[in-house]
Design a protein around this ligand. Sequence first.
Ligand code: ADP
Ligand code: MG
Length: 379
Amino acid sequence: MATIEIDDLRKEFEMDDGGTLTAVDDVDLTVEDGEFLVLVGPSGCGKTTTLRCVAGLEEVTSGAIRFDGEDVTDLRARDRDVAMVFQNYALYPHMNVRKNLGFGLKLSSERTSAEIRDRVEEVAEMLGISDLLAKRPRDLSGGQQQRVALGRAIIREPEVFLMDEPLSNLDAKLRSEMRTELQELQHDLGVTTMYVTHDQTEAMAMGDRIAIMNEGELQQVGTAEEVYTAPENEFVAKFIGSPSINLFSADVADGVLRGPGEFAYALDDASWVEGRDRVRVGVRPEDIRLVESGGNAAETAVVEPMGNENFLYADLAGHELTARIASQLRPAPGETVRFDFDETALYLFDPETGDALKTKTAATDVSVSEHVSAEGESA
Ligand code: ADP
Ligand code: MG
């Protein structure tokens, strides 16, 4: 097992028009020994390129890759002791599952056939595919094929797993099952893992830590809770969370945030916006509550029932405002609602740089017993 250090990694591609495209822009990132790190970001932000550099499939423009302190930047992929799983896991169609699993071992190790057979059966057992060993890939479901692809990766007991959107070809239900399984498997094996996805929900659910990229640049690295409650910039705030955070611009005067339309919010603590006349304001949908009076007004557009709660979409002077409200609350389309939120839940960003000026300031580490007693009091 290994620590992966990505040190100032830069990857440029020469374009046909003679220009260069910077796919990875000086990324610095350490994946701890045994950690499951998820690299997430929108399509084209440089995730796959980063992973391919770590794998040795792509030559770096500058920077270094180290495994456990050893510089592997110039090592070929096959000398790096990494195993990869891709979205398009190409299994050998003419080989049965047993041969697909054993093939890599046969090539790369000095094991006897009996040892290979034992190892194949051990891995098949681990992945719950023991009864499929005699089948060909075409006779397997998508989920079963993906398991075989995983099996091929883990059979060699590599130091590092690299996975690039390995679940994205599966349907939603299977995908969420496989997420859990993959996490458990990684946890049991303890192999340092970099896992790429464009799906923030998947990232939040799976990662010990999440690294968020945009346009080749690393935006933030942290636990799910850290990137959600304390995003370093507006991009991260917007990318993480579903439904996504409400964001709009406001003018600042005498500690009051104004706009869009009639929106006004008086800050208790005006020091957040000291010396500024304009900010970007963010509020998460679950932090918005409907009130009888006071607060601000918005016009209901749609209410989507989720069963346990409703999503309210309302118009705030041309901006869509999303709120998660109690399932009993069902304002009609066109109806004016009044809403409010606590200052502790408010996010503020610099309108030029996008840097966070304020994120959630509420205590986040409420213990279970405190929570229970608080509920008891209100009942
Ligand atoms: P992601 O995996 O996050 O979707 P990629 O790493 O695949 O993003 O791509 C990052 C950027 O680099 C994109 O603009 C993509 O078009 C470009 N790119 C990737 N591979 C190549 C290549 N071999 N040649 C030229 N441009 C590439
Ligand atoms: Mg990709």
